[in-house]
Design a binder for this molecule. Structure first.
Ligand code: BLA
Length: 524
């Protein structure tokens, strides 16, 4: 098997939540929602709780853990096994729930649509208690407003988490629209090679894994070499849904990936924005490293507070951009209206604009700066008025004929014109990106068109992304790439992409022009 598409499909098929095994840093009991009967128990249950797994299968959880239903009604643990196993969105944390052969255990209860789980882990040692319950630093509640603030905020978060967890490397890993990801911030122990700015292909984190990170605040892998522990079930073939489990065993492909990166322990915290996975705070350590549950939960809170800052910063940027774009659009419209007033015509008579433009450089400047273009043209059936660096008139006509046939919407944008329209190769240098708006008019359509020059795009990948998945013929298993050497991809014949803000400006401008023209027609 060597077809990369088949290999990736194979990655996506792996049912990570049904591996029927856990990592060995705790033990697990489970059952079906609405019933207190224990149907699943991890094979290592006795090491932690003293109960043989075979002896608990089929018994009620209420019998084993009467502590969950104490007589004292005011206790936070006063719940019935029925309500407790109904679940809900949140996981529930119970400190010091049980004492077994390995000492006192904390517990985490979760319930998916299919399975309730209770997972036990060693409770905090005395020296970890203070660190685990320290409040989230105040500075993280401050909203970043400027680009510098934002960069400082991200760095503070990464440094803070590294200090709290003692991991060697902490990264903010941000997903891009194409599913790939980029390390946008890094805090690392001196002497380690930086990953800052490197890009990783989407296949490094399959969709099914991303869904699990959406459901859980974090994912811990304390030791990639630790053998996983099977889960025993009441009935043969019964399978527990481990979607909400903290202990869930790790996919062998990912274990190999971490090994290839030189990582022994990892923990990642999810950053969710509007229920979508915006990114991860990914932490690496070259030695085994286990973090007790309250320490993980505190860092998950820190990541959650960071998500608020991301939303705040994005909203501020959007508001700023909206008010700036209003100003720029008004400047452009008034430059058009100025010509209009001088000629007593409407602002879409490009013949008059052509006459006036020599005296009116403000129009060209306003037009180009609206969407940060280097060339622009106003086009109707008989006239082409150009500003800055543009293709020549015959090429512009050919482009307009082509868009008329291709584009269904009145706004069209591409950052790879030569790929779509091969004749554009001849003028790719000054016009690899094109943004066009069409304004319907009683005397034939009017076009406002902008161009951006060729700007070769350089991307630093961590390893050649075309070789992200391999098939190990000898072992007949999928394997991730083994090289993370910096691999630089340069692509030509494309411009800086048009951003959402650029497109919004063009749309708003078009709407206002239409409004002006209609007002004039109606006022006549
Ligand atoms: C999971 N892959 C992950 C996770 C990360 C990455 C962060 C979450 C689990 C964790 O914290 O370790 C990837 N880690 C990265 C990246 C960086 C990093 C990009 O530090 C950048 C600095 N992986 C592959 C291929 C497959 C694959 C080809 O390369 C296909 C099978 C699978 N990745 C894979 C799987 C998981 C994963 C299955 C889920 C592991 C789990 O939660 O059990």
């Amino acid at each position: 098997m060597s077809d990369p598409y088949l290999l990736l499909a194979e990655c996506e098929r792996e049912q990570l939540h049904r591996l029927q095994a856990i990592q060995p840093w705790g033990c697990l009991l489970g059952g079906q929602p609405g019933s207190p009967i224990i149907r699943f128990a991890s094979a290592n249950l006795a090491e932690w709780t003293g109960w043989a797994p075979e002896s608990v299968l089929g018994r009620s959880i209420a019998e084993l853990l009467p502590g969950l239903m104490p007589c004292d009604e005011s206790s936070p643990l006063a719940e019935t096994a029925e309500s407790w196993t109904q679940g809900g969105a949140d996981k529930r944390f119970y400190a010091d729930l049980l004492t077994g052969p390995r000492g006192t255990l904390d517990a985490l209860m979760s319930c998916s649509g299919e399975t309730w789980l209770i997972e036990f882990e060693a409770c905090l040692s005395a020296d970890q208690r203070i660190a685990a319950y320290r409040p989230v630093p105040h500075r993280l509640y401050r909203m970043p407003y400027t680009d510098d603030d934002w960069a400082g905020h991200c760095q503070y978060l990464a440094d803070e988490i590294r200090a709290a967890l003692g991991f060697e490397r902490v990264m903010i890993y941000r997903f891009r629209e194409d599913g790939c990801g980029e390390v946008i911030t890094e805090s690392l122990e001196s002497g380690l090679p930086p990953y800052l700015g490197l890009r990783y292909p989407a296949s490094d984190i399959p969709q099914i894994a991303r869904k699990l990170y959406q459901l859980n605040s974090h994912r811990q892998i304390p030791d990639i070499h630790a053998a996983s522990v099977p889960i025993l079930s009441l009935e043969a073939g019964e399978v527990a849904d481990l979607s909400l489990s903290d202990l869930r065993a790790v996919s062998p492909v990912h274990l190999e990936y971490l090994n290839n990166m030189g990582v022994t322990a990892s923990i990642s915290f999810s950053i969710l924005i509007k229920d979508e996975l915006w990114g991860l705070v990914a932490c690496h350590h070259s030695q085994p490293r286990y973090l007790p549950l309250p320490v993980r939960l505190r860092c998950a809170d820190i990541a959650q507070v960071f998500a608020l800052a991301v939303v705040g910063y994005q909203s501020t940027r959007r508001l700023l951009d909206l008010s700036e774009s209003d100003q720029e659009i008004m400047t452009l419209l008034s430059a058009l209206r100025f010509v209009d007033a001088q000629n007593g015509s409407d602002l879409l008579v490009f013949h008059d604009i052509g006459q006036a433009q020599l005296n009116e450089p403000a129009l060209g400047q306003a037009l180009l700066s609206l969407v940060r273009a280097t060339g622009a043209a106003l086009i109707d059936d008989s006239m082409i008025v150009t500003f800055g660096q543009t293709p020549d008139a015959a090429d512009i006509r050919a482009l307009i004929d082509w868009i008329k046939a291709e584009a269904k919407e009145p706004i069209f944008a591409t950052d790879r014109l030569p790929q779509l329209f091969p004749d554009a190769l001849a003028f790719a240098q000054q016009a690899s990106g094109m943004l066009a708006i069409r304004v319907y008019h009683e005397h034939g359509d009017r076009w406002f068109v902008w161009w951006r020059p060729e700007q070769p795009q350089t991307v630093c990948w961590a390893g050649d992304p075309r070789k992200s998945t391999l098939f190990d013929e000898q072992r007949q298993v999928l394997s991730p790439r083994s090289s993370f050497e910096r691999w630089i991809e340069t692509s030509a014949r494309q411009s800086e992409p048009w951003s959402d803000a650029d497109l919004l400006r063009a749309k708003k401008f078009r709407r206002l022009v239409l409004h002006d023209v209609n007002a004039k027609i109606l006022g006549r």
